[in-house]
Design a protein around this ligand. Structure first.
Ligand SMILES: Nc1ncnc2c1ncn2[C@@H]1O[C@H](COP(=O)(O)OP(=O)(O)OP(=O)(O)O)[C@@H](O)[C@H]1O
Ligand code: SF4
Ligand SMILES: [Mg+2]
Length: 340
């Protein structure tokens, strides 16, 4: 049974009398213990999709899906409140902009203590529970690489750097011991050695606690070492999904191929918001979306048929949405799995 099973999820931006289809029928599934990457250039709709899964989009967005199952439960049959309660118990999210997500009026210590699962506390006395919360918060800060815990716990978010706030966000998400962790660019503000430290921590939680992870990044190379499967999106549409090996070594979609070709070196990471140099043009803005396959104006293989949206073809679990997919030829890039 899939942990998460979403079919044809669409997200519309309500804009006066005209709605804009920001995410167009994207499907995504995750098994227990899976680490899946979600990649695509800046503006592909990765964060919107993640926010729709955890139900935090505001009223200007309309979300629909043909199927939305969590651990076999049909969430579309639940009320919004029931769905939120269930998902917030089981799923934690590390948001892309940590500063905006931390409460500016409360210290890190209070925010972290509040996130600690009360089931993990023993004893009835308030004071004893507070001590346990403090010690759990300290341990979590050490886990995410913050050594000076006493200063951090007393600080307000604005007193910390963005990179420290990002580590705090990770600690808050882990405090809830989620079944699924959605990590939206969790290391974007960090240097590469610190990024690896966080990825190693997430990887060990996956292996030791069987925590499933949806790892979101605009940079395919950056997450390849840490994922078992990858889903690729472009301009709100599903592009391709398969094992990390299939996506990196045998891409079937012209867009995935361009993403792979943009990262020839194992040590080179695309900065956020950078343009993809292997395809002409740039990702369309929501107000000017092409009809049919949205890659059309940039795609070297585009033909007249591409003005109609392609459907998804499944080649033994390797799924692609393209009228004229590439033949599954092996390319020269090599996936190297890092040992955690
Ligand atoms: N609050 C908003 N109001 C209007 N448009 C938005 C809003 N948030 C996102 N968008 C638009 O929706 C599209 C998808 O945005 P999203 O943030 O999901 O992309 P992303 O793939 O996460 O990009 P990045 O890699 O930069 O984080 C973009 O065109 C973006 O401009
Ligand atoms: S459907 Fe057409 S435009 Fe879209 S990726 Fe395939 S070939 Fe290119
Ligand atoms: Mg994003």
């Amino acid at each position: 049974m899939n942990l998460l099973d979403i079919r044809n999820l669409s997200i519309e931006l309500v804009n006066g009398d005209k709605n804009i289809l920001a995410v167009d029928k994207v499907s995504l599934s995750m098994k227990e213990g899976e680490v899946r990457g979600l990649v695509g250039e800046s503006g592909s709709g990765k964060s919107l999709l993640a926010q729709a899964i955890v139900g935090v989009l505001d009223d200007k967005w309309h979300v629909h899906a043909d199927r939305f199952h969590w651990r076999g439960i049909d969430l579309l049959r639940l009320s919004i409140a029931e769905r939120k309660a269930l998902l917030s118990r089981d799923i934690a999210m590390i948001f892309q902009e940590p500063m905006a997500c931390l409460d500016p009026t409360t210290t890190i210590g209070e925010q972290l203590s509040e996130a600690i699962d009360s089931k993990s506390l023993t004893g009835f006395f308030w004071q004893k529970q507070q001590q346990q919360r403090h010690s759990a918060a300290t341990k979590l800060l050490h886990k995410v690489g913050i050594k000076n815990h006493s200063v951090c716990l007393k600080s307000y978010p604005h007193q910390l750097t963005e990179a420290l706030c990002q580590r705090v966000m990770i600690a808050i998400a882990l405090a809830r011991r989620p079944i699924l962790l959605i990590a939206d660019e969790p290391t974007a503000t960090m240097e590469s050695t610190n990024q690896n430290q966080i990825f190693r921590l997430l990887s060990s939680l996956n292996q030791l606690k069987n925590m499933s992870i949806l790892l979101i990044s605009h940079d395919l190379e950056n997450i390849t070492h840490w994922t078992k499967t990858i889903t690729v999106m472009y301009s709100g549409q599903f592009v391709e999904a398969g094992t990390t090996e299939q996506i990196f070594n045998k891409p079937l979609h012209p867009y995935t191929r361009a993403l792979v070709d943009s990262n020839p070196s194992a040590n080179f990471h695309l900065p956020a918001k950078s343009r993809l140099m292997t395809l002409p043009g740039s990702i369309p803005i929501l107000q000017h979306l092409p009809i049919g396959c949205r890659l059309g104006p940039r795609c070297p293989r585009a033909q007249q048929a591409c003005v109609k949206s392609p459907t998804v073809t499944n080649f033994h679990g390797h799924k692609v949405s393209c009228h004229f997919p590439l033949t599954p030829m092996k390319v020269s890039h090599k996936v190297t799995k890092r040992v955690s």
